[in-house]
Design a protein around this ligand. Structure first.
Ligand code: PLP
Length: 448
């Protein structure tokens, strides 16, 4: 008889998965979840060390969010969002605008991260067209950037893994060498850094500022690049430069928003306000597809006119403003407020770091340990001194992933970078288990 695994493989093409790998390692069919654990149909349990792709901030099957969605279900599940609205959407917009960096005063809804990025790009472009600065038609973005996988979002991204094959299709983006703190070319460390690497941006802006409508960055952490953490000074310099040259600054907070970096939004580390901020992933507590694009009244006003002037932002996603997603998102904000989450996470993060440093010290392949808030990353290298990487073809991360699964951990390394981004409900005992089993897996992989 065919089991669910066989049927899954018969009918489903999984995202970001080489389906041939499933010959040896069939897909894991999840039956239920509780807190930071997932359980498959055979009763095996997995600690969700990565919050199910960075979304599930308050644990699976969270009783409060469950109740909020059930309550909303009794009223309205979804209704059209063009000209129509709903209560949870209004509440959510008001509350997010209240806690967002100053100056962000309008919110546009969508249903996934990539489309939020598309919206930010289109808004920036259209803004300058309507302001009469019609030469401003290009975007700038950093090396190693990741902003999603639709064609526009891929165009501002820079990771070959996602982009390379599509290059002939992509929008011509100005690529700027970004920060690279582990392999800093200026010989600086965290304490001595004053974002010297911003000089690359300065030089490019001097030449290209006239043609740029927006610069998009992942503030504080380039997630998909392997949790590359950089200095808030870089963001402050970037904010200044964008003001000086009249370029829209887009903060892609899709991965880092909602407390992940130890502050509600990553931009808070630098005390800056972007002109546009993209949110998704954690926004609905990991329950429902949802994203939001926040922007300023200055940008909003450039679209506000008689219909016949053709300035309307004609952009829509069918599921925008979904009432259940908004209800989940509102309850998620309640949890932040009621349970002092960001403060409590500080102790959890400290414990994770302490345990990781302790376990890593005898392993010659641990090159870097970096942390910001509830993101802790371990970069594995061939040689600590030269910082030489393993080739991606060795699939070191994947090898460790496989071993860890057998020990009850869901890790999902990015190349040679292992990382912990657990749900905030993780407890001390789970943290100990997570770090312990992860290092057991590393040791086993390397035969140590
Ligand atoms: C995940 C992510 C996206 C894309 O979001 P999707 O919902 O997967 O389309 C964009 N930018 C960043 C920084 C992300 O982490």
């Amino acid at each position: 008889m065919e089991g669910f695994e066989e049927k899954d493989l018969k009918y489903i093409w999984h995202p970001c998965t080489q389906m041939k790998d499933c010959e040896e390692l069939p897909p894991i069919i999840i039956e239920r979840g509780k807190g930071c654990y997932l359980q498959d149909i055979h009763g095996n349990s997995y600690l969700d060390c990565i919050s199910s792709w960075w979304t599930n901030i308050f644990g699976h099957s969270n009783p409060r969010i469950n109740r909020a969605i059930q309550k909303q279900l009794g009223k309205i599940e979804h209704s059209i969002f063009a000209h129509f609205s709903n209560k949870p959407a209004v509440e959510l917009a008001e509350r997010l605008i209240n806690i967002a960096p100053e100056g962000l005063e309008k919110m546009f809804f969508s249903d996934n991260g990539s489309s939020a990025v598309e919206i930010a790009l289109k808004m920036s472009f259209q803004y300058y067209q309507q302001m009469g600065k019609t030469k401003k038609i290009r975007f700038a973005a950093l090396t190693d950037a990741y902003h999603g996988e639709t064609i526009g979002a891929l165009s501002v991204g820079a990771l070959d893994l996602y982009n390379k094959i599509y290059k002939p299709l992509l929008i011509d983006t100005l690529r700027v060498q970004g920060p690279d703190c582990y392999r800093c070319k200026y010989g600086k460390n965290r304490d001595s850094c004053s974002a010297e690497c911003f000089e690359h941006m300065e030089r490019k802006l001097e030449i290209h500022h006239d043609e740029l409508c927006a610069i998009i960055v992942e503030p504080m952490v380039q997630g998909a690049a392997g949790m590359k953490i950089y200095s808030p000074i870089y963001l402050r310099k970037l904010r200044k430069a964008c003001d000086y040259y009249d370029i829209i600054l887009i903060a892609d907070e899709i991965a880092v928003g909602f407390g992940r970096t130890g502050k509600m939004f990553a931009c808070n580390h630098a005390d800056i306000s972007p002109d546009i901020m993209c949110l998704s992933k954690g926004i609905s507590g990991g329950y429902m597809p949802m994203s939001a694009v926040l922007t300023t009244n200055r940008i909003y006003d450039a679209f506000y006119d008689d219909y016949v002037k053709l300035k309307t932002f004609i952009h829509s996603h069918t599921y925008a403003g979904n009432a259940m997603a908004c209800a989940a998102a509102c309850e998620s904000l309640n949890i932040f407020e009621d349970e002092n989450i960001i403060e409590k996470n500080r102790d959890k993060a400290k414990l994770i770091k302490k345990l990781v440093i302790d376990r890593a010290k005898d392993i010659p392949f641990v090159g870097d340990i970096r942390q910001i808030g509830m993101i802790t990353a371990i970069e594995l290298v061939k040689d600590k001194n030269t910082k030489e990487s393993f080739s991606w073809k060795e699939r070191v991360g994947y090898g460790i992933y496989r071993i860890a699964l057998n020990k009850g951990l869901l890790l999902r390394p990015i190349g040679n970078v292992l990382y912990f981004m657990p749900p905030y409900v993780i407890e001390k005992i789970d943290i100990e288990y997570m770090v312990d089993k992860c290092f057991e897996s590393i040791n086993e992989y390397f035969g140590l």
